[in-house]
Design a protein around this ligand. Sequence first.
Ligand SMILES: [Fe+2]
Length: 383
Amino acid sequence: MTESFQFYAPTRLIAGRGSVAQVPELLKPHAEEKTLVVTDRGLVQAGIVQLLTDVLDAAGCAYTLFDAVEPNPPIRVVEEGFQQYQSEGCGPIVIVGGGSSIDTAKAIGVLATNGGNIEAHFAPANVPNRIPYTIAVPTTYGTGSEVTPFAVITDNNHFKAAVRGPEIIPDVGILDSDFAVGLPMPVAAATGMDALTHAIESYVATTSNPLADASALHAIRLVADNLRQAASSDGNHEATENMLLASALAGVAFSQTLLGNVHAMSHPVSGHYGVPHGVANAILLTRVMDFNVIACPDRFAEIAAALGEDVTDLSEMEAATLAVEAVEALSNEVGIPPDLTTAGADPQGIPVLSEDAMKSVNISLNPRKTILQDVVSLYEQSF
Ligand SMILES: [Fe+2]
């Protein structure tokens, strides 16, 4: 018997190479309004945004480009984007970008329909009104933000705060491999390991449920089978599409369950030291898995099998331990730095990082009960 649970995944996902061509049709009910396109300058310079704007131009869709998104997006950028949204009289929002762009756009959308300043909507506050019609075209395969009810915004004290609620889930996600193929290996590795972290943390969370489990386990299989190929090649559309599916599936899973110690601990590392989210996660993931194994060895044994390990004739604990080793091997192969010091964070920050990590709701959902001293010790092992 399981306790009562919900599974809510309302985003319409359109997958397949070239599916960006469907955006003008999707925008038709909003044809009277200008679209705000949210992205970053790197994607403009790389010609990726043009894959969308060519389609919009050809269809005669009116839009204005906001390309000032920054990694670990700060409040200031949300405010700038909202100013442009208002001054241009925009309606729908289309995002071309990774988690930072999608999260920034969600926060702009919150201001558009809810007013106030974004801090007023940081969790635990809720978002009463639905954001404008929003289409996300992910250019990385990490956050799954195209399907999640979360936007992570860095406040003025380097704290990564969340805006959350069903009203901020995008309407449509376009999983088009043209937008994510041939990523630089460090970006592919970091974002792919973020998706894997979402799937693993969701699968072992105390809030897991059978429907989220199905999404999480298949996401783990897809990452294990495709991340190496997607990260190491320039034109592997099949592996890229599978990673986009993995990222969205993992996003669906953790939207139901939330996460665990890895995300509680990685957000402060990125907030204070700018370490890419997926890199911080990947480094912390093996340490936290090792810490968690005794709480649910059966679940970790399943994860080992999903990662492609041969678990026949192994005890549950032996199989569970293999899951940790398999993640470590994958991390190494795709070039994740071995520890947080190498990744650019400072071990002197451990007391502050630990205090910040303990503020996260994710700590209470971690399968093994975790107190401040555990977090300090996990950080010490990770630096
Ligand atoms: Fe994440």
